[in-house]
Ligand binder design. Structure first.
Ligand SMILES: [Zn+2]
Length: 236
């Protein structure tokens, strides 16, 4: 065992036991533990950790904890690299739709087991969005985000701020159901698939090759557009 002293940035308090929040405290780490092991044993997934300083010097999560170390842990803060590809877990379907609405490739399949989420995240370099802390402690998940908010609009605001999505958004370019890119389609080719009134009023249509859904700037579109504007995104 090595007893080290830890101090976590206040944004990480949500993961810590009450008595450890906002305080410097001693913790006996398992023999040979590195910082990732120790920090996660205390409750904080590695994906939520930003900079770490040990005895005043920057350290990586692979550093072994030594007796008497003073460990200071900061929250994930700045964008490490822009994120465009996400994987939303089974409970975040509404957030997945919002992200697709903004044009961000977001995998969401309620049937995916944790094992598959870990594999896909690793193989495809996706940011895992979840409220499951244990999932984010898995080594294969290099980038992930513990979504703190419960309401989808607030969840989108949180993810958008963390990954600075505003500037990269391409609203209404992906199918909300399949996550596949939408392509323009001629009016005469959709005549049998949309209500006659819609055909009268609109001339621009897009469609999804996966599910065959046709999209047009109708009432549903307007509703989505105002929802996005309320979140600070400008839609075309
Ligand atoms: Zn589709």
């Amino acid at each position: 065992m090595a007893t080290a002293y830890f101090c976590f940035h206040s944004e990480l308090s949500v993961f810590l036991k009450r008595e450890w929040r906002g305080a410097r405290f001693a913790y006996a780490c398992a023999r040979g533990a590195n910082l990732k092991n120790a920090i996660e044993a205390l409750g904080v997934p590695h994906t939520e950790v930003g900079a770490v300083r040990v005895n005043g010097d920057p350290a990586t999560l692979q550093r072994t904890v030594r007796e008497g170390d003073e460990v200071e842990v900061f929250a994930y803060a700045e964008v490490q690299s822009p994120a465009r590809h996400f994987l939303a877990d089974a409970h975040l379907g509404a957030l997945a739709r919002f992200l697709r609405m903004l044009g961000f490739d977001t995998l969401h399949d309620q049937a995916l087991a944790d094992r598959e989420i870990r594999r896909i995240a690793h193989d495809e370099g996706r940011v895992v969005l979840t409220r499951d802390r244990d999932l984010l402690k898995c080594r294969e998940i290099e980038r992930g985000c513990y979504v703190r908010a419960l309401k989808p609009e607030a969840q989108l605001r949180e993810v958008a701020a963390r990954y600075q999505l505003g500037a990269q958004a391409r609203p209404f370019t992906l199918c909300l159901h399949c996550n596949l890119p939408l392509a323009p389609i001629a009016k005469d080719r959709v005549a049998s698939r949309v209500p006659p009134r819609v055909l009268e009023l609109h001339s621009a249509f897009t469609h999804c090759a996966g599910c065959g859904r046709v999209y047009w700037p109708g009432t549903h579109y307007e509703r989505m557009r105002s929802a996005l504007a309320g979140l600070g995104f400008t839609a075309p």
